[in-house]
Design a protein around this ligand. Structure first.
Ligand code: HEM
Length: 420
């Protein structure tokens, strides 16, 4: 069929496609030139034109599809966390006296402050889901096998960084929920060998106090961002060097390669718009409330968890006990270290029944525990804390005796800061 015989709509589509392709070349840089970002020597001497054309023409294997977008979603959420985190740090003050009022100021007085804060809180939740989904994709596709095992291990470190980011950020609002959850976690860690050293360094005082807040803040906004950038750089460089893994043997790889532009860019754009739509909706519809100010002398009536990992831990401990929680954590650690042991080239899922079963138990278990844990939010923490004697150990009796009245709670927590 020649051109004149085609239906007008098909002709229009073909023309549109040709225009779109043609627009890759000078079109995008034209925008930068128009805005004055590229001019004169910079434009002439730097090979930006060439680099852009090369990047856009980069061809990806035909099997790369929607599930390969999960790593990109994680990266997008990481960028949202960095941007919103920087905006929050303009107003947040990391001291016992000022942390709580500064959060209240952000959500009530700063224009769009409530939205920025809740985008930050929700991204911190979604990134855990995204990174685990990405990990599950890599795990079930068995692309962690040589030569990509280094990148898997770098990924494990990235997962740890994401978890420590969430854990350290959790205390920063300095409300009752944050205070007592962190007290409980550090109290539990302090009873395990090795972890007790980390807990005591993190806590820096006999109870969770201004010293703890400073340490959590320093890790959250100074140390971890640099570690994360370095690891991401490494992750992406190794990815670039090895390329995306081919499909497992036996699966057809006869699909033609597809160019990055427009195919993958369009796919990434659709995914990014969807993720941002979900994120903004969650932040606007389900904002994280601010609890009462932290009071080291008073257990709250109930805890509201604002982070998925806390929900999961709550559910595991409640329904499976401390042993169940420890076993689940061990399973996670074994999966993380799997590439060190599983070096067989076999990648087909049906030939890896043990990996399939363990992976399903872990990833589905995590999701189930999250759903169950999110229902437990209003449970008072006292049962666990009191039965384990944590309260008695972390709130010295003489301090409790000195404060018969509970009418100056924030003042009391400020006093701890003053004692340091
Ligand atoms: C902040 C966290 C992370 C970011 C932003 C990130 C980003 C990405 C991106 C964009 C890709 C390429 C596209 C894709 O395969 O999805 C990728 C590939 C890969 N990632 Fe990650 N990732 C992260 C964490 C992890 C974790 C936790 C693991 C595993 C423990 C991991 C292991 C891998 C591996 C092995 C590949 C190569 C996959 C292949 O060639 O098929 N990554 N990552």
């Amino acid at each position: 069929m020649n051109d004149s015989e085609r239906k007008p709509r098909a002709r229009w589509l073909a023309q549109f496609w040709a225009d779109l392709k043609a627009s890759t070349d000078p079109g995008l840089l034209g925008v930068a030139r128009f805005l004055g970002l590229l001019y004169g020597r910079i434009d002439r001497s730097l090979p930006i034109d060439q680099a852009l054309r090369k990047a856009l023409a980069y061809r990806l294997p035909g099997h790369v599809g929607w599930r390969h977008a999960l790593g990109g979603i994680t990266y997008l959420l990481f960028i949202v966390l960095v941007v919103t985190g920087v905006l929050l740090s303009f107003y947040y003050r990391p001291s016992v006296q000022e942390a709580y009022p500064s959060i209240q100021y952000i959500v009530t007085a700063v224009p769009m402050g409530w939205l920025v804060r809740n985008l930050h809180v929700w991204s911190a939740n979604l990134i855990v889901l995204a990174v685990l989904a990405h990990m599950a994709r890599v795990f079930f596709d068995a692309t962690y096998k040589p030569p990509r095992e280094t990148n898997w291990m770098v990924g494990v470190l990235l997962l740890l960084v994401v978890l420590v980011f969430g854990g350290t950020g959790y205390l920063l609002p300095w409300d009752q929920w944050a205070y007592w959850t962190v007290t409980e976690v550090l109290g539990t860690m302090s009873r395990a060998p090795l972890l007790s050293v980390i807990a005591s360094v993190l806590q820096g005082d006999v109870i969770v106090s201004g010293a703890t807040l400073s340490r959590f803040f320093a890790l959250h906004v100074i140390l971890l961002p640099w570690v994360a950038f370095a690891l991401l750089l490494f992750h992406f460089s190794v990815l670039r060097r090895h390329g995306i893994a081919p499909p497992p043997e036996g699966k057809s790889s006869d699909r033609a390669e597809t160019p990055f532009f427009p195919n993958h860019l369009l796919r990434s754009f659709i995914v990014a718009v969807l993720v941002l739509a979900v994120l903004f909706s969650l932040a606007a519809l389900y904002p994280r409330a601010v609890g009462d100010p932290a009071d080291p002398f008073q257990l709250p009536e109930g805890l509201v968890s604002s982070w998925i990992v806390v929900d999961v831990a709550l559910a595991l401990i409640r329904y499976l006990g401390v042993w169940g929680f420890s076993l689940f954590t061990l399973l996670g650690i074994s999966l993380a270290l799997l590439p060190l042991f599983d070096r067989r080239p076999e990648r087909r899922l049906r030939k890896r029944p043990l990996a399939l079963a363990l992976g399903l138990v872990f990833f589905a278990g995590f999701l189930l525990a999250w759903v169950a844990g999110s229902q437990l939010r209003s449970l008072p923490p006292s049962t666990h804390l009191r039965s384990e004697g944590v309260v008695e150990r972390f709130v010295p009796q003489e301090l409790e005796a000195e404060t018969p009245e509970r009418d100056s709670r924030s003042q009391n927590s400020g006093d701890r800061e003053g004692q340091q």
